[in-house]
Design a protein around this ligand. Structure first.
Ligand code: TXA
Ligand code: MG
Length: 347
């Protein structure tokens, strides 16, 4: 067991001493969890293969699922990537710092372990002030996946990280709740058109607006053939799951309510502890817990992983959740829900 130091940092007035302490741990090859605007990340020096190796071990992450490297500015991009296409300029101008990860051809300096032996590397510049300060003070690019045990919901506050990783990592910077709540959008710039590998905080519609409608397309994901799995290694694994079995109900709004209640009631009769997650405040459901998580995409995204973890803490066996429309941020929300779901029910 490691002694995990908890460093509380107020994002409105950042205590540089604490950031410098965390930065030193990273430079010395240790692991530090820190907030970003999307979810908490588990950071290591991206240029130190031993430190990066620890991330995989601590998370129980499959070695063929590559990591995102977090940088503090455009200049660092040129160290880590080569053959950088022109559109990158446009993307950076519009979306950095922020929840957009770009996949580019890797430079020789990037070691195999970070990108799981691929020829490419995923890079993003976060907008969270604490994350940026940590990158700046450590003066190194930081490799960081979400700071959860593999397959569990991504952490949106320090407490989630503490629950998953305390005793296994050197420090956790507690910078409060994250703003977006789902991970960054990942796009591959080594293809023409550009491919959306993972929907996230930056929407597909926003990317189309900046890049041109036909210059980006969604990854065609076929679960049977795992075509998508090869292009975006992270997408093939069960993910974002609470301990409970999740039933996702989607389709026509007026039919959803009946179906959700029917599933909940059936499992309840069998003696299971059932939770319902709804996006309609007015719907009166009967279950052990019913949680309204917001009706607009932003609020839903912010609450989704948090609510999964909350239900886990209450030992809920079955979660029934309503789907959202698959547009804008709804695309990222549904992507996470589909991956968490044991069953998807269309009505
Ligand atoms: O918002 C986020 O992106 C958070 C915060 C901490 O920055 N990080 C995060 O990392 O979600 P992680 O490791 O949980 O997800 C990284 C995703 C995976 O789906 C992975 O397969 C993909 O990025 N990825 C990384 N490198 C890649 C590469 N070279 N080619 C294709 N996909 C890559
Ligand atoms: Mg993750």
């Amino acid at each position: 067991m490691l002694k995990t130091e908890i460093l509380r940092v107020d994002p409105a007035s950042i205590d540089l001493n604490k950031i410098q302490k965390a930065a030193k741990i990273l430079r010395d090859g240790g692991l530090v969890a820190f907030p970003t605007e999307t979810v908490y990340g588990l950071g290591a020096n991206a240029l130190n293969p031993r430190a990066v190796g620890k991330i995989f071990k601590v998370k129980g992450r499959p070695p063929d699922n590559p990591l995102i490297i977090h940088i503090g500015g455009k200049s660092e991009l040129e160290r880590l990537a080569t053959n950088i296409p022109q559109q990158v300029e446009l993307l950076i101008e519009n979306f950095w710092p922020g929840p957009l990860t770009i996949v580019l051809q890797k430079a020789p300096i990037v070691s195999q372990i970070v990108n799981s032996g691929l020829e490419t590397v995923a890079i993003r510049m976060p907008s969270n002030k604490i994350a940026l300060s940590l990158i700046k003070e450590s003066q190194i690019p930081i490799a960081a996946p979400s700071a959860n045990i593999s397959t569990r919901p991504s952490p949106t506050c320090a407490e989630h990280v503490i629950n998953d990783l305390k005793g296994r990592i050197d420090a956790i910077i507690d910078g409060g709740e994250t703003n977006i709540g789902v991970e960054s959008t990942v796009i591959d710039l080594t293809t023409t058109p550009i491919t959306l590998l993972r929907p996230g905080g930056v929407t597909f519609e926003d990317l189309q607006k900046i890049l041109g409608k036909n210059n980006i397309e969604k990854l065609k994901y076929n679960p049977q053939e795992k075509i998508g799995a090869v292009k975006s290694p992270g997408m093939k694994y069960r993910h974002y799951s609470p301990k409970a079995d999740v039933f996702l109900v989607e389709g026509r709004s007026h039919k959803i309510k009946l179906k959700v209640q029917e599933i909940a009631t059936n499992y309840k009769k069998e003696g299971y502890k059932v939770g319902i997650i709804t996006i309609n405040q007015k719907r009166q459901y009967q279950a052990d817990i019913v949680e309204f998580i917001g009706s607009d995409f932003k609020t839903i995204a912010k609450n989704i992983f948090k609510t999964f973890r909350k239900f886990d803490d209450k030992d809920i066996d079955i979660i029934v959740i309503e789907g959202v429309k698959e547009k804008k941020l709804g695309l990222a929300i549904m992507n996470r829900l589909r991956k968490a779901a044991r069953e998807i029910i269309q009505v």
